[in-house]
Design a protein around this ligand. Structure first.
Ligand code: PLP
Length: 440
């Protein structure tokens, strides 16, 4: 295994790496990281999906440092959460300011201004000219859970439709929609009844197989869709598919739920990915970057759907005051600087990854929108044979050289840096990837 020594790194990384790249002083995990991992293995449930031993100590902008002093270039943004990079000073200031006033008072039973202000902001941002109301949660899965419940309550229908390779969360309701990997479902059943899956992008299957044979559309409460399937492999929906779904929903009185938990809030170069398709959902689910790194999710729906009475749905922490304050500042910063940067930097990243795909026999293609991009690693380009082991090996070797990446789908690698990423960071990341592809 090649050692990622500091001088080696600088030589390999060239100009871009020197300023915008990692600074690796010791091959991870170093001794301090190993100690944390040992304790973690003793006390933390083994159900997580960690592929490499990053033990973070602190973060700043595009970088984070591990407990042994290595500096990494972060192209994961904490799994699409840190939209403005690590520890943005305006967000940390807002968090401290609100925490000093009060941290928690349970929006489920009491009122506070910052929760109402936050709700007003996201309802105004969400696509569609109609009045909206939102339910605030602590995570993506809870936002989806709220959408399932509201859709059933509002329509008095039970059936739900989602797509293969979808990821909507891991609580039992949202997991019933998730169809990404068998391990996520194995031994957890029975899940919700009345859930049907269709191939992503296949309107004909929906009409001629589901609606005509097994799943009468008049019984369907909602269709859940990610405009870009995230965990499932960064597959971008076609405009025909998304508009076709909207039309089917309108035809049968079905609610269209856009799960923009990963795609939302500027990631694709527009505030919401669904805006690339010129349609609006009836219900929008958000989380990940929404709370500026604090746990916050939202389910925003047409106001007329919110006929559920007091007591029918609530939670203790949803709309937490500190999370809402951080979220308001985060949205302000995304609107002011993040989103405008995501489109051109996404284009730059796309060009660099496409050039790598063109010259490397194991990179099938690059795809995505804005700063939500992936490359697919294959054994053979002609047959598109997946190579998940090599995909994992590439990600691990990038980590050893100081570039943080994540996998998605069966055999792809995703690139989702902070929206504030600069060309130099992208160049440094692609330099590392190119070297790794030649060496793994
Ligand atoms: N929906 C999508 C599209 C996601 O990407 C995720 C998480 O990756 C979720 C739902 C679940 O969110 P959480 O992990 O916050 O529960």
């Amino acid at each position: 295994m090649p050692r990622a020594g500091r001088s080696t790194m600088a030589r390999r990384g060239g100009g871009a790496a020197a300023e915008h790249g990692p600074d690796m002083r010791i091959t991870p995990p170093g001794p301090k990281a190993a100690a944390v991992m040992e304790k973690d293995a003793t006390y933390i449930a083994p159900s997580y999906t960690r592929l490499y031993p990053l033990v973070i100590d602190r973060g700043e902008g595009m970088f984070c440092w591990d407990v042994d002093g290595n500096r990494y270039l972060d192209f994961t943004a904490g799994v699409a959460v840190n939209a403005l990079g690590h520890a943005h000073p305006d967000i940390t200031r807002e968090i401290a300011k609100q925490a000093a006033k009060f941290i928690h008072m349970a929006g489920t039973d009491f009122y506070y201004g910052v929760m109402a202000d936050f709700a007003e902001k996201i309802c105004a941002l969400a696509p569609g000219p109609w009045p909206k109301q939102c339910f605030l949660a602590n995570s993506g899965t809870e936002a989806v859970e709220a959408a399932i419940k509201l859709a059933r309550h509002a329509t008095r229908r039970t059936r739900l439709v989602a797509f293969f390779n979808a990821f909507h969360g891991r609580s039992l309701g949202s997991l019933s929609l998730t169809a990404s990997k068998a391990v996520q479902r194995r031994h957890f059943g029975p899940l919700l009844p009345d859930v049907s899956h269709a191939p992503f992008g296949d309107l004909a299957f929906l009409k001629t197989n589901l609606f005509a044979k097994t799943c009468p559309p008049e019984d369907v409460a909602a269709i859940f869709v990610e405009p870009i399937q995230g965990e499932g492999g960064y597959h971008v929906a076609s405009p025909e598919f998304m508009r076709g779904l909207r039309e089917l929903c309108d035809q049968y009185g079905i609610l269209l739920v856009a799960d923009e938990i990963q795609t939302g809030l500027g990631r694709t170069g527009k505030m919401f990915a669904i805006e690339h398709f010129d349609i609006a959902p009836d219900i929008l689910c958000l989380a990940k970057p929404l709370g500026g790194g604090l746990p916050l999710g939202a389910m925003i729906a047409r106001k007329e759907l919110h006929k559920w009475p007091p007591g029918s749905h609530a939670n203790t922490f949803g709309g937490n005051a500190v999370a809402c304050a951080a979220g308001l500042k985060t949205i302000e910063l995304i609107e002011r600087e993040g989103m405008a940067n995501a489109a051109p930097m996404g284009e730059w990243l796309s060009q660099k990854l496409a050039a790598i795909a063109a010259q490397d026999a194991s990179v099938y293609e690059e795809r995505g929108l804005g700063l939500m991009r992936a490359v697919e690693i294959v054994k053979n380009k002609a047959s598109r044979t997946p190579d998940p082991d090599r995909r994992d090996a590439i990600i691990k070797e990038c980590f050893r050289r100081g570039l943080l990446l994540l996998g998605c789908g069966e055999t792809s690698i995703r690139f989702l840096p902070a929206l504030t990423v600069q060309k130099g960071h992208i160049d440094a990341a692609c330099e590392i990837l190119e070297v790794v592809l030649q060496n793994v």
